[in-house]
Design a binder for this molecule. Sequence first.
Ligand code: PLP
Length: 356
Amino acid sequence: MHIKRAGIAAIERGDTKYTAVAGTAELLSAIVDKFERENGIRYAKNEVIAGTGAKQLIFNALLATVSPGDEVLICAPYWVSYPDMVALADGHTRILQGSPEHSWKLQPDDLRAAIGPKTRWVILNSPNNPTGAVYTREELRALADVLLEHEHVLVMADDIYEHMRYGGPFYTPVQVEPRLRERTLTVNGVSKVYSMTGWRIGYAGGLAWLIRAMQTLQSQSTSNPSTISQAATLAALEGGTDFLIEWIDELRTCRDLVLDTVARCPGLRCDASDGAFYAFVDCSGATTPSGDVIATDLDFANYLLEAAHVGVVHGSAFGVEHHVRIAYAVPMPTLRDACRRIETACAALTPAVAAV
Ligand SMILES: Cc1ncc(COP(=O)(O)O)c(C=O)c1O
């Protein structure tokens, strides 16, 4: 409520003019404080920037640094926007295939084998969209050891789901290996943690040269993010995260309901994940009651849409076939209803494991 009130107060105060491109001095201070308080990273004010969502900042960073032929390494499944952003920057995305045995997380040996002279960035996303996987300190340590061997590689840490966790603590790469500070962009925002997706504010911390380059791009494209949203974000960052305890408990109940539902559906499988608000579900092949073979994850997503009126996203969109992503950050009664419908729709399927 205090966040909405801060937005309203900004309008009433007449905070409706351009600000500095990277954000107001007050907001930049709050971002500096956030990184120090929650992640143990000390950035100067010229090492942070606010933008129109984390999405805009990731895009600006790639556009500012990727040249034709440069490679960006991304572990699949990945957030759908990364490869398109790389393509828009004339770069080449190199997909490193994750596996369920490793909870879909990037493996140090795969990273080592993939890095070459053209590698410009490695993108790490924890907690992950769409798998919910959260990297442990040890896992980040092992990846950092590989990255330290290759000084030319930049690291994008997409921490947007930082606070959506049901298990252990959160770590970001620079916190685990401070030497990576020299070439890491740590990206975060208010969309997920404060449910402020529509306010469109993200922020990032990184080296001054990189932040300056992103600011130059921002200055000639979107300019400063909305002043009203900046004021609301300031209130959000200064207001603490006590509310999260209750919300995370609710989300955990939602996650468990989805996992229980999946466990009851023949042909579906999903391991519990520790973060974000997604279940990445293995959907084996099956035949619909009308005899249509469900050959692909898109077929399965379409089947759920038609038979259960439930929307899920097919795994191919995230770079991994034979899976669908269920987003469970919805009100409990809606989720209960959706789960019942999924179960009924799946009960009507004839398992045909070989079909997918
Ligand atoms: C992994 C990941 N990164 C970044 C974003 C973008 O967030 P924002 O709303 O701040 O642009 C999203 C949004 O869904 C996401 O899932």
